[in-house]
Structures are given as C-alpha cells and as structure tokens.
Design a protein around this ligand. Structure first.
Ligand SMILES: [Zn+2]
Length: 446
C-alpha cells in the first residue's frame, strides 16, 4: 500500500489558504522567462520545498531553439510634458511589455501610440504582453488611460537590460520505491498574474511538500520552469531521463471559479488520462475531460511526437476562455481559496489512484471462491455497507484476470477507487478500502 489521503491528514481548506498565501507573496514579483524575478520566485518556493535551482547559459542550443538573453528591469515609465509619470512600472509590472529593450527618449503622441497596448473591450484593465523573440519595446495601459492621452511630447523610459545571462528553473526530485517517475510541471514566467502561473506554482509546491514525507511507490519530479523554452530546455538536457516518466501533468490556471478541466495527453489513453477521468467523474459537479490539442502550456512539448509522454494538463477554465486571462484582472480577487483547495484535492486524488493502481490475477478463477467459508460473505442480509463491500469483492475477483487494472475495475463497476477529499456520504466503499482477501485468492501481477 502506498500513501493514502487519510494518512496524509489532508485538510483541503487549510491547504487552500496556504496556497493563497504563497500566491500573495509571489504576486508583486516581476517575472519573465529569465531574470531575477524567476530567481526570487524560486527562492520563496524554497521556503516550502528544497528546490534545486538550475542556471542554463544564454545561447545554449536546445533542439530547434536557443536559450535567450536574460532580461531584467529596474524601472519604467511614460512621463508627460510636466514631468509627471502617467504610466509607472512601480504601480503595475504589467505596464511594460515583457522583454522590452532599454529606451529613454522623447516621443510624439503618434510615435508613442505605436508602442502602446490596451483592451478596448475592458477599458479598466491592463493587458499583459511580451516580445521574447523580437527585440522591441512597449507599454500596456488601461484603455481609459489611453483615451485621455493628449497631443504633447512624452518621455519614455525603460531601464531594462537584455544581456547574456541564464535561464533559471527549479527542480525537485523525490525518490520513491521505484525509479519510475511522475512528472509535475508548472510555469514560472508571468509577472503579476495569479491564475495563469501563480496558482500552478502554489499547487505544485504544496503537492511536493505533502508528498515529501510519505511513502511513495513512484519517484516524483517537480519542474518550475518558464513556459515553452523551459520545457524544451529541460527535455533537451535531460533526454536520457525521459524514459522514466510513466505519468505526468502540467498544472495551470487552477484557482478560478470555473469547472475543473483535464486535457488528456496526446496518447489519450494513458493511465494518467484514465485516472483524471475517474476522479473528475466522481467529484461530480461540472467537470470536463477534453482531448489533446497542440496548443496551450508545456504539455505541447512533453507531448511532441519525439517524446509523446503520458502527460496531460490540469486546469479550471482553459486559457483564453475567461476575460481576465492575460490582464490585470487575473489578480488576488480572481483566484480564490476554495477553488485552489478543490484543484489541489483533485490532483492529490489522482496521484493516490496511480500510486495504488495495480493489476491482479485471481488464482481461483474457475467459478467464484466460496466467500462465506472465509467469513467474507454476508450471512444476514440487508446491510448496505456489507453489500457494497461484497460487490467490490465480486468485481475484483471477476476482473482480476491479469489484464484489468484496479482502475479499470473501478471504472467498469462504478465503484470509487479513491477516498474523496470529503468523507463519502452513505454506504459507498472504495476499492482501496478492501482488505487483502484471505488465502491469497488474488496476488499482484507485474
Ligand atoms: Zn499565460
């Protein structure tokens, strides 16, 4: 038996609060795909888990890509003719287009507007824009502010640096009983955006923290990486380890009020895909499992055809399908504790399933074994709980033929595999709640 939720002593609401606290600490930091903001972020995560921080030099070739120059920023503003800062990086780090090259000059309104980005449909929000792979500069501001700009001379100043440096990422490896691995990956490259990036960081951090002390069948690898270039870099530099990854998921956007969504791996029938489908179905409410498509987060790289890893993506509302996405409205009000806690509990339930999912072979397959003789069959009828337990045994005995996993049996029988994060109502049983059957009628297979 590997870890069980009951042993972990999970309290979802406490976990949700801790996740929210970490998000609040990380929120003000100006992150990008490289730079001090990422290092600061990883150092804060290190207060919870012993992350190893890796530094990969700019210019390193990683498959078809090159690790970019390192970007850092100290200050930025747009000043009006009276010398007042009308757009100020210190008020929101979203005001500067990520990876803007340094600039300090006077510009006309017309020239200024060529470098400004707004959201006319949401006139009070600041958009989030980047220009990683094309050297340019720009500012983002609310459309309301943009509308008030008058014909005058402006001063634009971006005190940034774009120089050879490093791409920084964090990694935590937890050795399990086997070297087979579960990969959990999140992105660390967005500035003050809560759902998109910080919620995933928080979920991964607390999963790692909770899994660290418990007995685990699998080894776990947690990656805290910049989106796209981070996973490409890790895959390129660690190609020899990739074969160990038996299950995995990317975690992103898990704190918004939308329903839980799991995007399947490219394979579509991996054990992780089945485990998420099982847990989300059981969780009830509005949950959705969607097919893989080659866009989104780092699952695109893990599921590129040369790797084709069993790695899906856990989220709530998919990116781009909520108006707050990539705007200043993806803030500390948008992400909420109960949704963080709910996403966390679902992720942990899935890990519980894959930790405990095994294939058994019934060594007494010719007709049913006589359960009553072994004290396993209810003598007096009518007890609902005993009935459910017997049904679970009958399903296991029938389908434990060496080709069905416990998860397959749970799915087919409609019996819950995993303990839920809330105690189940009524007399339902989990397969996990079964005791080993007397006389070794079944034994582990493979
Ligand atoms: Zn994003």
């Amino acid at each position: 038996m590997s870890f069980a939720l009951s042993e972990i002593g999970l309290n979802p609401s406490e976990i949700g609060q801790e996740m929210y606290r970490l998000i609040s600490e990380l929120y003000p930091i100006c992150r990008s795909i490289t730079g001090e903001g990422v290092r600061q972020t990883l150092r804060l995560v290190q207060r919870h888990i012993p992350l190893t921080i890796h530094e990969i030099p700019s210019g390193t070739k990683v498959f078809d890509w090159t690790v970019p120059k390192e970007w850092n920023i100290r200050d930025a503003y747009i000043g009006n003719a009276r010398g007042e800062r009308i757009v100020d990086f210190n008020k929101s780090n979203l005001h500067v287009v990520g990876y803007s090259v340094p600039v300090k000059k006077k510009v006309s309104l017309q020239e200024l507007k060529e470098h400004l980005f707004t959201l006319p449909d949401c006139p009070d929000w600041i958009p989030y824009r980047t220009s990683y792979y094309k050297e340019s500069w720009g500012f983002c501001l609310s459309h309301r502010q943009w509308s008030n700009l008058r014909e005058e001379e402006y001063e634009v100043c971006i005190e940034s640096s774009l120089e050879d440096g490093h791409l920084t990422y964090g990694e935590l490896y937890l050795q399990g009983e086997t070297t087979d691995e579960v990969l959990i990956s999140c992105h660390t490259c967005h500035p003050s955006l809560c759902n998109d990036n910080l919620s995933g960081i928080a979920l991964a951090t607390f999963l790692a923290k909770i899994l660290s002390p418990v007995r685990r069948r699998y080894s776990y690898r947690f990656l805290f990486i910049p989106g796209t270039i981070g996973s490409i870099t890790w895959l390129c530099l660690n190609e020899a380890k990739v074969g160990q990854i038996k299950h995995g998921f990317v975690v992103t956007g898990v704190g918004d009020p939308g329903k839980s969504v799991y995007k399947k791996s490219r394979r579509g029938d991996a054990e992780i895909d089945k485990a998420f489908a099982h847990v989300l179905k059981d969780a009830g409410g509005d949950c959705e499992v969607i097919d893989f498509f080659p866009y989104g987060y780092d699952e695109r790289q893990y599921c590129s055809p040369g790797f084709n890893l069993p790695v899906g993506c856990l989220m709530r509302t998919p990116h781009g399908r909520y108006p707050e996405y990539h705007t200043s409205a993806d803030n500390l009000e948008f992400v909420q504790t109960p949704y963080l806690a709910d996403s966390f509990a679902k992720a942990l339930s899935v890990l519980h399933v894959i930790e405990n999912n095994k294939t058994y072979r019934n060594l007494n397959p010719k007709c049913e074994p006589q359960l009553g003789r072994r004290g396993l069959y209810e003598m007096i009828g009518g007890q609902q709980e005993a009935k459910s337990r017997e049904m679970a045994m009958l399903w296991v005995l029938n389908l434990a033929d060496g080709s069905h996993t416990l998860l397959d049996i749970a799915d087919r029988s409609g019996i819950y595999f995993h303990p839920r994060y809330r105690p189940p109502a009524g007399g339902t049983r989990t397969l996990n709640g079964l005791r080993p059957i007397a006389g070794s009628v079944v034994q582990p297979h493979g």
